[in-house]
Design a protein around this ligand. Structure first.
Ligand code: PLP
Length: 451
């Protein structure tokens, strides 16, 4: 260990408070400190290389230190780093808004920027709420979400969150929302169909009995991310969208995790030709470079706010860094690269490749479902697959497997007992081969060899 590492390690323990982290555990071990990145590799301050097997929390598209993206930022830096969207505009914010409207599901033509997925969700929730108010339709103030939903950590986003471990402590300070089950395609045959039907029936019943109270349904389309990489049965999202339309409920698609190619389509909604009323994007929007998010609204939603000032229909919401030019410039460059390199078109083939490699794990005694949609994968670890028993949370099986993967040279972060594999979309087959090799080794080492 170098003197530089020792210095940074002490400073880390003294000053940093990490997200979603029990700091007592963190400080009990040697911190892991990243210094630089190149392609799909990240390098720690001691010079060791690691594959970025979770795209730095599901953000990264083209890899790290990409010349075209770096250049977009430095070019913009030579003009202006930041100016506000309050009462004025800036060049990249305008151009990116046009581009987002072009590539998004039909009808989403208005772009409202923010700086994280959670703030994008807050905006969608507030827009949906005020939409009904502005339309003069009273009482439509309740939100429907899905069990195990995750939409970010600000209070509005937590109010439509449904992961007890993260959210229950805050319930007393949240607005109540209603939840329906998230259906899983991993159930076989009739069970899969039944799961889809159960969701649709629950939703139909809610809409029929309480539709006049419901402002919107918020959904992680096709893949529920933080809930454990759960993939919906085909056709379900489409039918959920139809139910919303039939019952006058707005549909908010939270594409923060699924957007920008991750599921094999530019947006997961595109897999089923779903056209939501509001759509939230973040994470991969800038290729994973800078914190920019956006909430896209249809002309219909926008028009409910478009009125003479005296009518008091203005959307009073904004953030200091809304429409940040550096972020918008790199987002534009990332989208251009995605087109030039046909990144989205490549995802399905890479997904199949990874799926075939990981099939070798299927017969292992502690590997349950291997869930996959595009380049979002989750491997469920089980104490006893034959008996269907789960590991106890105290076993920290996901954490231990991720730590072992790191020792073997790949970074990821688990979701409970689910090991996550979400590599940068630009990863080559050779890189995916190496990463899945590490992943499988880590699973076997921890679950069978007791590492
Ligand atoms: N929505 C979904 C579906 C997410 O997966 C996440 C983050 O993982 C968020 C919202 C929150 O995004 P952020 O962490 O940028 O606030």
């Amino acid at each position: 260990m170098t003197a530089n590492y020792e210095r940074l390690s002490a400073l880390n323990k003294n000053y940093l408070w990490h997200p979603f982290t029990q700091m007592k555990d963190y400080n009990a071990s040697d911190p892991f400190i990243i210094e630089r990145g190149e392609g799909v590799m990240l390098y720690d301050v001691n010079g060791r290389a690691y594959y970025d097997g979770f795209s730095s929390v599901w953000l990264n598209v083209h890899g790290h230190n990409v010349p075209e993206l770096n250049e977009a930022i430095t070019d913009q830096l030579g003009r202006v780093a930041h100016s506000t969207l309050l009462g004025m505009a800036n060049v990249p914010a305008i151009e990116l808004a046009e581009k987002l409207a072009e590539i998004s599901p039909r009808g989403l033509n208005k772009v409202f920027y923010s700086d994280s997925g959670a703030t994008g969700v807050e905006i969608a929730i507030k827009m949906a709420f005020q939409y009904w108010h502005n339309k003069g339709i009273p009482g439509k103030t309740t939100f429907v979400t899905m069990n195990q939903a995750y939409h970010g950590d600000t209070l509005g986003a937590v109010s439509v969150g449904a992961i007890p471990l993260y959210h229950d402590i805050f319930r007393p300070m949240l607005f109540p929302s209603l939840a329906v089950p998230y259906p899983s395609a991993s159930l076989i045959g009739e069970a899969e169909e039944a799961a889809g039907e159960a969701t649709l029936n629950a939703l139909r019943e809610l809409f029929e009995t309480r539709g006049n109270e419901i402002a919107a349904l918020i959904v992680e389309p096709i893949v529920q991310g933080a809930g454990g990489i759960i993939v919906m049965p085909p056709g379900c999202l489409r039918r959920m969208a139809e139910l919303c339309k039939e019952h006058g409920v707005l549909l908010i698609a939270d594409e923060v995790a699924t957007g920008f190619g991750r599921t094999g389509s530019m947006f997961a909604c595109g897999l089923e030709a779903v056209e939501p009323d509001l759509m939230v994007v973040g994470k991969g929007l800038t290729g994973g470079y800078l914190p920019v998010a956006a909430t896209l609204a249809t002309d219909e939603v926008y028009s409910a706010f478009y009125a003479d000032y005296e009518e008091q229909k203005t959307f009073f919401h904004g953030h200091s860094f809304t429409g940040n030019p550096l972020g918008c410039a790199v987002a534009l460059a990332s989208l251009k690269l995605m087109e030039e390199r046909r990144i989205v078109e490549g995802v399905d083939g890479k997904s199949r490749f990874v799926g075939e490699k990981l099939a070798a794990l299927a017969d292992r005694p502690h590997v349950g479902e291997i869930r996959r949609q595009g380049l979002m994968l989750g491997i469920e670890l089980m104490r006893d697959k034959a008996m269907g028993t789960a590991y106890n949370w105290e076993d920290r099986i996901g954490v231990r497997t991720s730590m072992r993967a790191r020792e073997l040279g790949m970074l990821t972060r688990p979701l409970g007992n689910v090991v996550v594999f979400i590599p940068p979309l630009a990863s080559t087959e050779a890189e995916l081969d190496a990463m899945t090799g590490i992943l499988m080794q880590a699973v076997v080492d921890v679950t069978e060899e007791g590492f």
